[in-house]
Design a protein around this ligand. Structure first.
Ligand SMILES: *Cc1c(COP(=O)(O)O)cnc(C)c1O
Length: 364
């Protein structure tokens, strides 16, 4: 926590707004809007719920195809299954680790040939690193397919100075406990079109029609953010900028301190991208004598938690029947990559200890 969260929560208690409605939700939405190109914002119960509503608002239905980054957390793909649609997974490009624009076009052409033009593109900005937005949007626009940007890990990141999530039809943030800022659990859906965001809020509050009694003409969801969570979020937004600076400093520290270990490389930004470096990730070289699991277990022995990179969706048992367009990049990243401890509450001594334990293994 940053420090002022309890003050905002106290304020919410004093106003007696302990509900998925209340003044803190609108304040939180306004502040998020200011961070997102003045887009309209709906504060919701999770990032996953936000992605689900985005698909519903785009009219994605049972049997439709949705193109989705393979290299991601399962929460990007699960909502595609919630609406009964079929995910088609697209592999990564080596520069950003995000959806490869060349494979994206190949997949669209392939689907069109089978008379199954994709209904949407679920594009992820993984670990806070912007995808190649110019190239992706060029393909999406050419074939007139709407893009949902899963920026769950990428609040505070930009591409050509524009916040992520503001390029496609919809953007989504997550405020889950593990993200750069948190409301304990929560998410936001944003978009240029006010009417669509109003519709999202309507669907998120059980789709109640404008009548004195409870009248429903559509299936609704219980997806609105709680006013208490929004109060936490107001406190967290006060420290977002600081958190991004801290995360970037953690990445720079690791990169500098590990520069002597030739077997380890880092994912860097392109000229156009600015990353929040939510997590610092490393890649072991192909000819590294130590493999990713050896390094992970070595750190674990020292009570240092590191994690393999996300296991691609096309390799997940639950999605094994799905179509995919592959180039081998995400599988290779999974095999050779590791997320290093990146918490902003780590001290410089903590960071130094991680570095020395990694070096120890390579210099033994
Ligand atoms: C965390 C995350 C989500 C889901 O957000 P929740 O708020 O946890 O539902 C979706 N996509 C990615 C890439 C994430 O990291």
């Amino acid at each position: 926590m940053g420090g002022n969260e309890l003050k905002h929560v106290q304020n919410a208690f004093e106003a007696n707004w302990i509900a998925p409605a209340g003044p803190h939700i609108s304040s939180f939405e306004k502040k998020l809007s200011a961070l997102s190109n003045s887009f309209e914002v709906a504060a919701l119960s999770s990032g996953t719920a936000s992605l689900h509503l985005a698909l519903i608002l785009l009219g994605v239905k049972k049997g439709n195809r949705v193109l989705c980054s393979s290299f991601t957390f399962s929460a990007s793909a699960n909502p595609i299954a919630y609406v009964g649609a079929n995910p088609v997974f697209i592999d990564s490009d080596i520069d950003s680790w995000n959806m490869c624009p060349i494979l994206l076009e190949k997949a669209i052409k392939g689907c069109i040939l089978e008379n199954e033009k994709p209904k949407a593109i679920m594009l992820v900005h993984l670990y806070g690193m912007p995808a190649k937005m110019d190239e992706i949007m060029k393909v999406a626009t050419k074939y007139d397919i709407p893009v949902i940007e899963d920026a769950a890990e990428a609040l505070g990141s930009t591409y050509k100075n524009k916040p992520l999530g503001t390029f496609g039809a919809f953007g989504v943030y997550s405020f889950n406990g593990n993200k750069i800022i948190t409301t304990s659990g929560g998410g936001a859906l944003f978009c240029k079109d006010k009417a669509l965001v109003e519709k999202a809020k309507f669907l998120a509050t059980q789709a109640r029609d404008d009548k004195p009694h409870y009248e429903h003409s559509e299936i609704g969801y219980n997806y609105r953010m709680s006013n208490i969570c929004a109060a936490i979020g107001l406190g967290q937004l006060e420290v977002l900028e600081e958190r991004v600076i801290q995360k970037r400093a953690i990445k720079s520290f690791y990169k500098e301190q590990l520069s002597s270990v030739k077997e380890i490389s880092f994912l860097d930004e392109s000229e156009d991208s600015y990353s929040n470096f939510w997590l610092t990730t490393i890649l072991l070289s192909k000819n590294s004598t130590i493999d990713r699991e050896q390094l992970r277990l070595h750190l674990e022995k020292e009570n240092i938690e590191s994690r393999p990179l996300w296991k691609p969706m096309h390799l997940q048992p639950v999605f094994k029947e799905c179509k995919s367009f592959l180039n081998g990049v995400s599988e290779d990243l999974f095999n050779r990559g590791l997320c290093l401890p990146s918490g902003t509450n780590m001290s410089i001594e903590d960071l130094k200890r991680v570095v020395s334990k990694i070096k120890e293994l390579y210099e033994a």
